[in-house]
Each structure stands twice: as C-alpha cells, then as structure tokens.
Design a protein around this ligand. Sequence first.
Ligand code: UD1
Ligand code: UDP
Length: 356
Amino acid sequence: MSIKTIVSIVGARPQFIKSAPVSRALASEFREVLIHTGQHYDYGMSDIFFSEMEMRPPDFNLGIGGGSHGEQTGKMLIGLEKFFNEAKPDCVLVYGDTNSTLAGALAAAKAQIPLAHVEAGLRSYNRAMPEELNRVLTDHVSTLLFCPTDVAVENLVKEGITKGVHRVGDVMYDALLHNLEVARKKSQIQKKLDLKKGRYALATVHRAANTDDKERMQSILSALRQLSSRVVFPVHPRTRKMMQEWGVSASSNVSMIEPVGYFDMLALQENSNCILTDSGGVQKEAYLAGVRCITLREETEWVETVAAGWNRLAGVDEKLIVDLFENWFPKSERAPLYGDGHSAKQICEILSNSLK
Ligand code: UD1
Ligand code: UDP
C-alpha cells in the first residue's frame, strides 16, 4: 500500500497552533506537505510558534502577506492551484476560518481533491464577519468535516450537511495539554512584567469589526481604563496599526506589549483574573484554564462556553464590561466540552480509513 500524501494549509497564528498536534499524529502514517500561505509573517506571529512547538518548518511558503480580502485570497488561490496540480495530493487539510482556509478549500475543491476541514461547523450567524463566510463556504465544499463540538455538528445538520461529519473534539485542547507543562517551565513573562497571579487581567483585540471602527476601539480602551486592575494587552499588529491610524492610546493601567509566543500566552492566561477578548481561540483557552472570559463581541461561535457560565458577551458596552469585571464570578464546574485531548489522533484514524 503506497503512502498517501496530505497537503496541509496554514497561514495565520491560530492555524500553526491547531496544526501542530495534527502534524504530529499524521507523521506515523502519511506524507504531510505543509504549506504556509504567508498570511502572517512577523517572527512573533509565525516563526515563534514553529520553534516553540518544535514543528517541522513549512515545506513551502507562498509569501502572500497582507492585502484586501480579494487580493489576499486571490493570490493564495493562484499559488495553491499551481501547487496542487503539480503535487496531486490525496487530500488537502485546512483549519479554522481565515482567508488561508478559504483559499485552500476552493483550490482543492476545484482540483477535485478530497478536502478535510478541521474546526468545521462553527457559526456565529453574522455574515458581516469575513470568518463566517470563510467557514460556511469551506464546510460546503468539504469531504470530511471535523467538528470540535456537538453544537458544530448540529449547525451542519441545519445546513443539510451530514455526510463525512465527525465530532472529534478540539485540536486546540490537544495543543494546550501538550504544551502547558513546558510553558509553565519556560515562560518568563510573569517575571519580565512583574505580574502576580490573579492580580492582572489579560486582553486581546484583533477582530476587524473592533479594530477598524474608531468608536468601538475607543469604547474598549475606555472600558480597560476603568477596570480596577492592571491589564496586560499583547497587541496584534493589525490593532497597533489601526490604533496609530485612529490616534487612540491605552491608559496607564494597561501594559501594551508585542504579541507573545504560545508559551507566554498560556502562562498569561492561566494566571490572569479575567480574560477580555474578541479572539475565538482565546475564549476557548479561557474556559480550559478556568478563567472567566468577557467577550468583546455581540455574538460568539463558541456558544457552549457561554451556556456553561464561563463566558459573557459584552460587545463594546463599557458599562457592561466594567460591571462584569467587578461583579461577575462564575461558580459553575467546567464540563469537558472540547473532547479528551486526543482529537488529532482521531482525525488521523478517520483520514486513514477514508483515504484507503
Ligand atoms: C486573520 C484572520 C482572522 C484570525 C486572525 C488570527 C482572515 C480574514 N482573518 O486576521 O480570522 O482570527 O488572523 O490572528 O483571514 N500584520 C502584520 N504582521 C503579521 C500579520 C499581520 O503586520 O505577521 C498586519 C498587516 O498590516 C495586515 C493586518 O495585520 O494587513 C491584518 O492581517 P490579516 O492576516 O489580513 O488579518 P488578521 O487581522 O491577522
Ligand atoms: N495567542 C498567542 N499570542 C498572542 C495572542 C494569541 O500565542 O499574543 C494564541 C492564543 O493562545 C490562541 C491563538 O493564538 O491559541 C488565538 O489566535 P488569535 O486570537 O490570533 O485568532 P483567533 O483564534 O481569533 O482566530
């Protein structure tokens, strides 16, 4: 039996983290070719994750970089189509909901290559979000759909997608379990920033709906100013750029720092008193770390964290954000919502059976 070739597409920060456990699982059975689209390119947004998680460097980097949605996705499509035609892989694997995901999905579907989507079935039901369009379109051309949660499976059923759907848990939980102990040993961020456990909040903001709207960005910064706590804010390059453009800045209780690596982020999360974020991955990691999360969006695709009582949607409502921070403390236990930490192994087994 010949070894099958899987081409995995990554490009943005969360995709490096998601792909690490899957690549490790695939290594025993498949030939994996890892393509980095180059969507994220700063050392702190890309290379640091490969080096911390001891991942094999990408086999190819398309070097696409930033740009408008059409420009970025279009350039990726051109590069990926060419690559697929030459490499003729047995399967293409995409992750999450970025423009790299959509480009990989479209290029694979048009080349009639079986497509597998990790983190399928997530929905915010807000089509103004570029990520929502990317997810819906990717799911509808996927052959295998790896869902992290029961809700994700139900979302697909509502859209008539039932074939090839597998509830496997969340590979981000695999990644977290694999890296947490090392992160605890290696991260120096607490010392560097002189942080005490439970004495600071952690904030991240990068959604276009927030960064690209001056009033929303101002509301978030104003809410952070009113918190009775120090706030550590690793700033995404998009956010830094837009804050400069809008001429807005953070108050003195907020430590704006460069984006941090995964180890520092895990350490910052688990020792914080509250996480305020518009990130998808960070909402989940807050739940997994048992830290309350105030989500700076009006809706979320990770609805089970809200139902479980550990995540509250505050949008950019200053009063609500401050009120939740000062007065809301979840009491509930945390059920295992995201699988057993062996999602990547399940994905590998399903791929193995499907590609026979
Ligand atoms: C992208 C994803 C988003 C995901 C996020 C993870 C899309 C549509 N969006 O958003 O779903 O949550 O990644 O972080 O795919 N930049 C740099 N250096 C970098 C990367 C970005 O300076 O290494 C700046 C550039 O000015 C770039 C801007 O950030 O134009 C936006 O980057 P882009 O990858 O287009 O979108 P993100 O906001 O990062
Ligand atoms: N993350 C990180 N450093 C940071 C911010 C986030 O390592 O400065 C990690 C975080 O722990 C999570 C992932 O990046 O694993 C989330 O990515 P991001 O917030 O960029 O995107 P999203 O999940 O919203 O798509």
